[in-house]
Design a protein around this ligand. Sequence first.
Ligand code: AMP
Length: 400
Amino acid sequence: MNVLVINAGSSSLKYQLMNVETQEILAIGICEKVGSGDSFHKYGLGDAERLDETPLKDHDEAMALVIEALVDGPAKAVGSLSEIDAVGHRVVQGGQHYPVSTVIDEEAIEKITELSVLAPLHNPPALMGIHACRKHMPGVPMVAVFDTSFFQTLEPKAYMYPLPYELYEKHGVRKYGMHGTSHRYVSERAADVLGIPYGKARVITLHLGNGCSASAVKEGIAVDTSMGLTPLDGLMMGTRCGAIDPAIVPFVMECEGLDTNGVNNLMNKKSGLLGISGVSNDLRSVQEAAEAGNGRAALAIDMYAKAVKKYVGIYLAVMGGADGIVFTAGIGENSAMMREKILEGLEGLGIVLDAGKNALRGGERFISADDSPVKVMVIPTNEEYMIARDTFDLVSALSK
Ligand code: AMP
């Protein structure tokens, strides 16, 4: 089955066409700056990547262009539209309504629209992608895969905030978590690599990219995660502050004269590695600056590592230990320096890194010492595969 995986952001439309049975990627691409005058389409596999500058008014035009590129043109992947069997959409917020992925019908569209109040930046673009696919690929079955589903297994003591209970009842104020598809994928892979059944493994998963989150996965289900009602909570990130004293919010609003938009913008776009270093949200640039003697850049790296280290400790306590720790996403997969800083000094907790293995590059791999009681792994994430797999499962069941 060929599944088109769509990840629509506010001004982007990312896609991948995959044969689920063979896991072969048939096409890959992204439309960026959709809605602005300088939009472009970057697509093609490996060295054959192409870039077409082309005005794209909205997601509808972007989708039309993507379909055209898939069936025709230099990076053509299929002979006709009929060879695309299903579409899987990444949707950030599924609320309490979607503990698992769902086939997209009128009711699902209504529900995802309703849930936009909880994810005003994320669900509306996903809906634009869904509507565009419906228009340009009529009759092709579609599935929504939610970032939040994996964390619907959390118990109330893990997902409730110590705020008046009515806020939960009236407005759904609780922890939902994000990056669930990534945490699900890498925890499943970790159990496999460790040779422990998923239902018996205890894994701490660290998704460290521009957005960062940590999860505790015990006996095949998520029991805790660092992101909350929104993707701002938890770890320090590229431009997001993560967990801070909540009283800072009204204090800063008052002393800086900010309204809610202003303070949201400050915490989401101007904080994290960028806010502390003043250099960049990109760890590579921050590291370069630190190595050149920039003290604030060095501080940003130290703070980032400490925030992740604290979550490792929290989740060891939450699960009563761990069989494995997984690093994934841009920083987790690529920065040996950051992995080392995060885990240094944790030997007493049974976490012993092997500096030589940590310095090597590659795909799925162990980076802990052979006799480390807790195994440490790098596992490249593959959210697209999970979305394609869920789509395959649900669409196959439709025709039975
Ligand atoms: P992602 O959101 O998963 O694409 O991750 C983006 C982050 O990964 C950025 O902070 C990058 O600086 C970081 N990153 C990517 N490659 C490397 C690398 N080779 N070394 C250090 N950080 C990296």
